[in-house]
Design a protein around this ligand. Structure first.
Ligand code: ARG
Length: 402
């Protein structure tokens, strides 16, 4: 008796998910495996991947272009949330997982499948993100995770596949584990497992080494309307197009590399390398525009919301009531976040050097130290008397005690 009759498997074309196909059929007793590969702007040959799944025994092989959805529904809210896990990682992998979960659930419902499957191991965050998201979207579906159970090394997995007639390209296998979409690349394992080892240049694909970057800085102007990126250097573009072009521009200046030790949800600390040139520049620009257009209290309160939001997305709770509540807060703050931010890209740094907005709360007449100053300096005296009153009373009390 099988655990499921018909399964939709998240498919990448890699060794693990390919081996999952015969494994689900022969070890789990699944009758039909339908694979689903998502195009998330990773620039892979998805036709080849589609064919590979059929060769490996899939009954049907689906390819879904979801790049625009990734950008519009997952990246834009994250930019508005200035989402950086542990203050650094812009969640480029984490944002794609709830979307893939949604694609799996939609496909399962359309094909009348009783389960979905993924190739995640038991050590990472991604298994949590898939399982929790799938459970939130359709609690009636079973989730199968063969790689979490099979306990095979990579060599053993290849040998297992070969038993069922699969062949694997004999390219020198990379020691790294890499996840890639339009938002960024995540690289781990191999020599990176020693946190003292500097990452070799070979791990990077979206960003240039500083030695190879131009000697002259390059300026970009990013326009936002209500917190959504809408233009690049004065040209109106979709967010997808802005991300694509900005990845190239910022990447050639070596902008967007992160090397960090991060805390996984499963309790392990891991060493991660990320490249996310456009996403990091957009978040920095957006946050800067907020400092120009939001009141002090909203800006400062939102920082705490952003922290919670980032942790929650990292921890797989994209489809959860708290996430929806935080979204509502963030959405409410964005109406006035319109304007243009000027960024200087040079030798690995992206510096905000200018910002302007018709909604700016900044007033030069109030801020200036020049002769046009409108600020009433005498009003400060009474304000300080009241503001400092509690600490003066406290200090006098303390002195009496001594
Ligand atoms: N640590 C990151 C995260 O949890 C990236 C994991 C990506 N997977 C990989 N094979 N490198 O979002």
């Amino acid at each position: 008796m099988g655990r499921a009759e018909r399964v939709v498997l998240a498919y990448s074309g890699g060794v693990d998910t390919t081996v999952c196909i015969p494994y689900l059929k022969h070890e789990f007793g699944v009758k039909e495996v339908i694979t689903l590969a998502a195009d998330l702007g990773q620039g892979e040959d998805l036709e080849a991947i589609r064919a590979k799944a059929l060769t490996a025994g899939a009954a049907e092989s689906l390819v879904v272009n979801a790049t625009e959805t990734l950008v519009e529904r997952y990246a834009v809210p994250a930019i508005q949330a200035n989402a950086l896990y542990e203050n650094r990682y812009p969640l480029s992998t984490a944002l794609a997982r709830p979307l893939i979960a949604k694609l799996l659930v939609d496909a399962a419902e359309q094909c009348g499948a009783d389960a979905v499957a993924h190739g995640c191991t038991g050590k990472g965050n991604d298994q949590v993100r898939f399982d929790v998201s799938i459970g939130a979207l359709n609690p009636g579906l079973k989730v199968l995770a063969p790689a979490r159970e099979w306990g095979m090394s990579r060599g053993e997995a290849i040998a297992y596949g070969e038993r069922y007639g699969l062949t694997f390209a004999v390219k020198k296998s990379s020691p790294y584990s890499i996840d890639y979409n339009l938002l960024g690349r995540s690289i781990e394992a191999g020599p990176l497992e020693d946190p003292w080892n500097e990452p070799l240049e070979e791990v990077f694909a979206m960003t240039a080494a500083i030695a190879d970057t131009p000697d002259t800085p390059e300026y970009v102007e990013l326009g936002f309307i209500a917190g959504v990126p809408t233009s690049l250097n004065g040209q109106d573009l979709s967010v997808l197009e802005i991300l694509k072009q900005l990845n190239t521009i910022a990447g050639r200046h070596g902008v967007g590399r992160i090397d960090m030790i991060e805390n996984r949800l499963v309790g392990i600390k891991s060493r991660e390398i990320y490249e996310a040139p456009a996403l990091l520049v957009l978040i920095a620009a957006h946050r800067d525009l907020e400092s120009l257009t939001l009141t002090a209290d909203v800006t400062q309160y939102k920082r705490g919301i952003e922290e919670s939001y980032s942790r929650l997305v990292y921890n797989g709770l994209w489809y959860s009531p708290l996430k929806a509540a935080l979204d509502a807060f963030i959405h409410q703050t964005q109406a006035q976040v319109s304007g243009t931010v000027r960024v200087k890209l040079h030798k690995g740094s992206a510096q905000i050097v200018g910002r302007r907005s018709e909604q700016a709360l900044y007033s030069e007449a109030l801020a200036t130290y020049g002769s046009s100053d409108q600020f009433d300096h005498r009003a400060a005296e009474g304000f300080i008397y009241v503001w400092g009153l509690p600490t003066r009373v406290w200090s006098e009390q303390l002195r009496q005690d001594q």
